[in-house]
Design a protein around this ligand. Structure first.
Ligand code: ADP
Ligand code: MG
Length: 694
């Protein structure tokens, strides 16, 4: 249960005075739907109203605060014209200009003859000095209410500064004072404020410096977030270690048999990580290990060998993948590899229904299935293993830490191996995988040729199409990836369908396949199978093929509107080719003019195929928040911390978290209680639950 003191922060923004459903929606879209989200929505700019010239000296375009007397009201002669109020000081006259103004309201605000303080941006129009829609208009007695330095916030379409400002301030007013969770000595050393004052300070920047990540108030808040993250991970790690595992040491017969049947030898990198994994499985402790290896480095065979080790002992293994396509693909690959082995492999996805599903589940419970491949459907309630010893999770970045936590329940003490092709910059891997041991798969299978990567403007589409046509006439196979439309798979689909239609007309309909996220699973399988078998030679696709798809015969990857893709995505897409012995090509088609950032991304793609380099560059170009599209990818989302600017704090947080748990493993001391609140504040609740159960 969330501590009561935090309740107000988790109220919906519509609980704020003046925030109705419409405004609430806009705020939710921008920052999030709860008060706490508004608290984390920090200003990015400021308006300085300290400049107080005479009217005649107010420069064109400047934000000024003027003290003036109201001289005349000029209502407009027709509705399209503005309402003007002329005001003056001894130096000159300024027109306050209002569109769609209510006359009564303006008379009340600016009575004739009164002295008023007005603040806003002035413009010179010939001899006339204007201030359109002043930001503030106050009586002299209320001068103290004028914010001299005012924070400005990122906005979204339809949301203006004032109501957002009011909502943020409403939210800040409701923030409680919280017991200090930071070490007092460390606070003193950094000269940091307590949490609430730091939060208020971050929302009231006095200068440009205060908007930077290096500002002490911002650093304090960032550190809170990083500590919550590291503490949660450390708790998960501790809980895992604490749980008894089992020693899994097979006799090697299945692995031996597979090695003999395999058409290739494992690379040195594969041997090494396999050794690490097997050693970890052999000890009486629960394994939680990450296998990180670039696209095409050959993780699947490593996973299979690890699973066979478990099967040799008479136990079962599960192989979880993020999409149905991948589940089918792995099922086909693994079945083919184990053709001559006494190993029973099955596949279970959301599509498995009715009687076949029941039969499969009963086989699973009886131990008639050795390896079960599937989507997250593997871990729904009624799936019961006879004796699950190892769970492999492929393309881990698609699943979150929370899902990782839930896996534990299925097999008593089952080991867990997660695999990712998404290279994570070293600085970030701490925050994402702090709860795991890591094996790094280096190098790639031999004989791979670098992918020839070219960038071309879309205006040369015809040439590219002609080139692809020449290649497929010689038997090549090509992926054609269609523009990504922001979080809208309907539009994705339309774009893909249109391209499919044109290419089918040009190349012949029988040669061009189509696959997108809106298709039924069965249709996707058919499209994929046709392409794998070479019946279709061009597969027009949305990014559904981004992850894991392995068709070694494909040698061309064309990406339309490459400028709309992130670096990590482009890298993943390119990773779909260059998997066989043949020379492969990646064609990045972009719309002109190319923005600076997009230009940099494409340049990096042309420069390197090293996933780690690409990930570092990605981080540099985009910052953590956006990296890999955090929300969908299960990466912890940092609202306040910045992976680049707060790197030093990340390392401290890791040590700090460890120290805390050594001294107070159940968070029972006074500081421990405060730290629990911190975990709830940053929604690391899953970790708190471990405390109770463990
Ligand atoms: P990823 O690491 O991206 O999951 P895969 O496991 O799909 O990569 O492997 C990519 C391709 O490399 C597959 O076609 C696989 O058969 C092949 N492969 C894997 N290991 C080797 C090896 N040691 N020698 C040659 N080919 C290999
Ligand atoms: Mg893979």
């Amino acid at each position: 249960m969330r501590p009561e003191i935090l309740f107000p922060l988790f109220k919906p923004v519509t609980a704020l005075k003046g925030v109705g459903p419409r405004l609430g929606k806009l705020i939710e879209k921008l920052a999030g739907g709860r008060l706490v989200d508004l608290c984390w929505h920090l200003p990015t700019g400021l308006i300085d109203r300290r400049f107080r010239p005479n009217v005649a000296d107010a420069p064109d375009g400047a934000v000024v605060t003027l003290t003036v007397t109201v001289d005349e009201h000029h209502p407009p002669s027709n509705r399209r014209l503005p309402y003007k109020v002329l005001c003056s000081d001894q130096s000159g006259t300024v027109s306050l200009v209002f569109f769609n103004a209510k006359e009564d309201y303006l008379h009340q605000l600016l009575p004739l003859g009164a002295t008023r303080i007005v603040s806003g941006r002035v413009g010179h129009y010939g001899a006339e000095i204007q201030m359109p829609h002043p930001d503030h208009m106050l009586a002299v007695e209320k001068e103290a209410e004028l914010p001299l330095v005012e924070a400005t916030y990122p906005l979204t379409a339809g949301l203006t500064a004032k109501p957002l400002h009011r909502a943020i301030h409403g939210a800040l007013e409701q923030t409680p004072e919280l017991a200090e969770w930071q070490d007092p000595a460390w606070l003193a050393r950094e000269k940091w404020l307590p949490w609430r004052p730091a939060l208020l300070a971050a929302h009231a920047p006095g200068s440009q410096d205060a908007l930077q990540p290096g500002d002490p108030a911002r650093r304090r808040l960032a550190y809170d977030e990083l500590l919550a993250n590291q503490l949660a991970l450390a708790m998960i790690r501790a809980a895992n270690r604490g749980r008894a595992g089992r020693a899994i040491v097979g006799d090697g017969r299945l692995r031996q048999a597979l090695a003999t049947a395999l058409p290739y030898k494992l690379t040195q990198g594969q041997e090494q990580v396999l050794g690490e994994i097997q050693a970890d499985m052999a000890v009486q402790q629960r394994m939680l290990r990450l296998l990180q290896g670039d696209v095409g480095s050959g993780k699947t065979i490593v996973a299979l060998l690890a699973m066979l080790g478990a099967v040799e002992t008479g136990a079962q293994a599960a192989f979880m993948v993020p999409t149905e396509i991948l589940a089918r693909q792995h099922f086909d690959t693994l079945t083919a590899l184990c053709r001559d082995l006494p190993v029973r492999i099955q596949v279970l996805t959301g599509r498995s229904k009715g009687r076949p599903r029941q039969a499969l589940l009963s086989d699973l419970a009886d131990g008639q299935i050795d390896i079960l491949i599937g989507t997250h459907a593997l871990f729904t309630g009624d799936v019961i293993f006879h004796d699950l010893a190892l769970t492999v999770i492929d393309e881990q970045h698609r699943f979150g830490v929370h899902q990782r936590l839930n896996l534990g329940d299925k097999g008593v003490a089952a080991d867990i191996l997660v695999m990712t092709a998404t290279p994570i910059p070293r600085t970030l891997s701490l925050t994402v995988y702090g709860d795991m041991d890591i094996s790094l798969l280096q190098g790639k299978p031999p004989g791979r040729q670098p992918v020839d990567t070219r960038a071309m403007p879309l205006s040369r589409l015809d040439e590219v199409v002609a080139g692809v046509q020449r290649a497929i006439n010689q038997g090549a196979r090509a992926f054609w990836v269609c523009p990504l439309v922001e979080e809208n798979d309907l539009l994705d689909m339309a774009a893909a369908e249109e391209r499919h239609a044109t290419l089918a007309r040009l190349f012949g309909p029988e040669r061009v396949g189509l696959i997108h996220g809106r298709m039924k699973a069965k249709e996707k399988d058919l499209a994929m199978e046709a392409f794998v078998a070479g019946r279709t030679q061009v597969l027009v696709a949305t990014t559904v093929i981004e992850v894991g798809v392995d068709v070694p015969e494909a040698t061309i990857m064309a990406v339309e509107h490459a400028e709309r893709f992130g670096l990590a995505q482009l890298h993943q897409l390119r990773g779909r080719v260059g998997r066989g012995g043949q020379k492969s090509h990646c064609l990045l088609l972009y719309a002109e003019p190319l923005g600076e950032n997009a230009r940099a991304r494409i340049a990096i793609m042309r420069e390197t195929e090293d996933g780690f380099r690409i990930a570092e560059e990605d981080l540099r170009l985009r910052g953590t928040g956006e990296l890999l599209g955090t929300r969908q990818s299960g990466f912890p989302e940092f609202r306040l911390a910045d992976a680049m600017a707060h790197q030093d704090l990340m390392e401290v947080a890791r040590d700090d978290a460890q120290l805390i748990l050594t001294r107070d493993p159940h968070l029972e001391t006074e500081r421990g209680q405060a730290l629990r609140a911190l975990l709830y504040l940053f929604e690391r609740d899953a970790a708190v639950k471990l405390l109770r159960s463990g």
